[in-house]
Every structure is written in C-alpha cells, then in structure tokens.
Design a protein around this ligand. Structure first.
Ligand code: ZN
Length: 302
C-alpha cells in the first residue's frame, strides 16, 4: 500500500473550506486491488471501486471504540474488511445503505451486520434467525451474485443514533430509490453519507412520491455547509462523489416538475443495466431516471 501523507495533510485543510475533490493521485491505491482508499478526515474514509462499472463508494467511519462501514462494497472476491483493518483495529460493523447487490458484495466478510429496522426489512427474517433477502429485492442476477442469508447484530430504527465513541451518526430513512434506503448524518461534523439517495450521476427513482418526501426531509436536516457523500461516482470513477446543497435543491425541484408533468424527459438506455427509461437532466452529470426497465426486461420501482 502506497501512503501519500503529504497530500493527505493538504486534504485536511481543504475539507474545512471547499467541497472536497479527491484526485486519483491523492488516493491511497492498493496494488492490484479493486479498492482505492481516500482519507477524507481522521475519522472518515471513502473506499472507491473505480474499475467496477457502477463506480461504487463505501464509507468507513472510525470512532474511538467502534468502526462502521456504510455499505459493504460491490466486489464479491476481495475482502473489504481487510482494507478497513489497515485503517483501524476497532471492532467493525457494516450497515448497508439499502439491500441492492452492488452494496452487499462484501457483506459475507463482516462479523457484525447492522440493518435499518422497518417492516420492509423485518420481513426477511426467517425461522433460522437469519435474514434471507430475495433476488427481486437485491437484484444480484445482474452480477451473477447470490446474497447468502446473514445474521443481523443490530436493528437500527430511523432517527436512532449510532454511537461509535466520540463519533455519532443518526440514521435517516430516505425511501425513494428503494423502500429501505437510508442515510447517515453526523451532526457534530455536518456530514451526510447519502448512499443511493444522492450521488452525482443517474439517480434511479423507484418511487417518485417517496423520493420527493425524502428529499424534503433531507433538506430540513442539511444546510449549505453540509458535506454530502454519495455511493456512486460521476463519470470520473476516481473522484469521491460529493454533492452540494444546491444540487440537492435542484434534484428536489426537478422531481417536483416531473411529478407535476412539467419536466421534459428523453429516452435513455445503457447497455450494462438500463434497457429503457425516461431521463431528466438536473445539472452537470446529475439526472433522474424514471419508468426504468432493466436489460433483463424487469421493470424497476415499488
Ligand atoms: Zn441501489
């Protein structure tokens, strides 16, 4: 592992003033690995998968007593917990932002899994005490992936705080992409880890009405100084996906227009995942997809 301490020192200065843009050369690349580590602060790391087609970013929160990974990564073969253990010796848990396959690839490597406590997630618990997430929920067929049944160490209710020791994050339920989508808000440092609720690329709306309510709720929690980190990169996979408050407002406003039938969409497809959809441009690389049909013919949404 190559450590670039000089640039990391610079990073801790920039983070106080400007939206953070981490370039590839500032990242901590691990030779031959699918994972690239970006140190954002002393307690927050982004672990990118720049060679994966969905360009996932997973976040590691390091408290004084415990560490928590927000998402398990998409990669099924390499052990993402080994990456975390190069950063911290603290007991490590994982909390998926939602139960889609590209956020669960490394779940089997974790001893301790946290899950949002909602009627939707509770239905997956079977008599064996394990959570069995069916394929139509995790959609793992796209990556030839199965999600083995897993034990949940802790159910976390919406609005509940997870205390990692000197570092506290509040779980926000933000349905819209999926029913179970969650975000984590660190009020003391004004940081939002947004999962698939917000990232600077194509946002897949599973339910527009829910998505809008969640964006309204998020805008009541965050403020123009909040650092917002999403789970998928924009067209540059080496850049940690950051969002601004104004972009969140623009996404909310566009969704309002879509709901009212006033937005102009265009048809959109992508060979890897999307057979057909309606795409609404927001700004820069950000857009909203509705009416989605996947390449395997399945419709998306709830
Ligand atoms: Zn997703």
């Amino acid at each position: 592992m190559r450590k670039l301490m000089k640039t990391l020192a610079l990073l801790s200065i920039t983070i106080l003033s400007a939206p953070l843009v981490v370039n590839a050369e500032e990242a901590n690349e691990i030779d031959g690995s699918a994972f690239v580590v970006h140190k954002l602060t002393d307690f927050l790391y982004a672990i990118g998968e720049p060679t994966y087609y969905q360009k996932n970013y997973t976040y590691l929160l390091v408290g004084e007593k415990q560490a928590l990974m927000f998402d398990a990564g998409a990669n099924q073969k390499e052990d993402i917990t080994a990456v975390a253990m190069t950063i911290t010796d603290n007991p490590l848990s994982v909390l998926p932002s939602h139960l889609h396959f590209d956020h669960l690839g490394g779940l089997h490597n974790f001893q301790s899994v946290f899950l949002v406590d909602t009627p939707f997630t509770r239905q997956f618990k079977r008599k064996d005490g394990l959570y069995h997430v069916p394929e139509p929920v995790h959609l793992g067929n796209f990556d030839h992936m199965v999600v083995p049944p897993f034990k949940v160490a802790r159910l976390v209710r919406p609005e509940e705080t997870i205390d990692l020791g000197g570092l506290r994050v509040r779980l926000l339920s933000v349905p819209g992409h999926t029913k179970d989508e969650v975000a984590l808000y660190d009020e003391a440092h004004n940081i939002l880890l947004a999962g698939d609720h917000l990232y600077p690329s194509w946002l897949l709306a599973g339910n527009l009405k829910d998505y809008l309510s969640s964006l309204d709720a998020t805008l009541k929690v965050i403020n123009p100084k909040t650092e917002i980190y999403g789970a998928h990169a924009d067209e540059n996979p080496t850049r940690v996906p950051v969002m601004t408050y104004d972009e969140v407002v623009a996404i909310r406003d566009k969704m309002l227009q879509i709901q009212a039938g006033r937005a102009k969409g265009e048809s959109f497809s992508d060979p890897e995942l999307i057979k057909s959809s309606d795409l609404y441009k927001v700004e820069k690389g950000i857009s909203i997809l509705t009416n989605i049909h996947f390449t395997d013919g399945r419709g998306y949404g709830y």
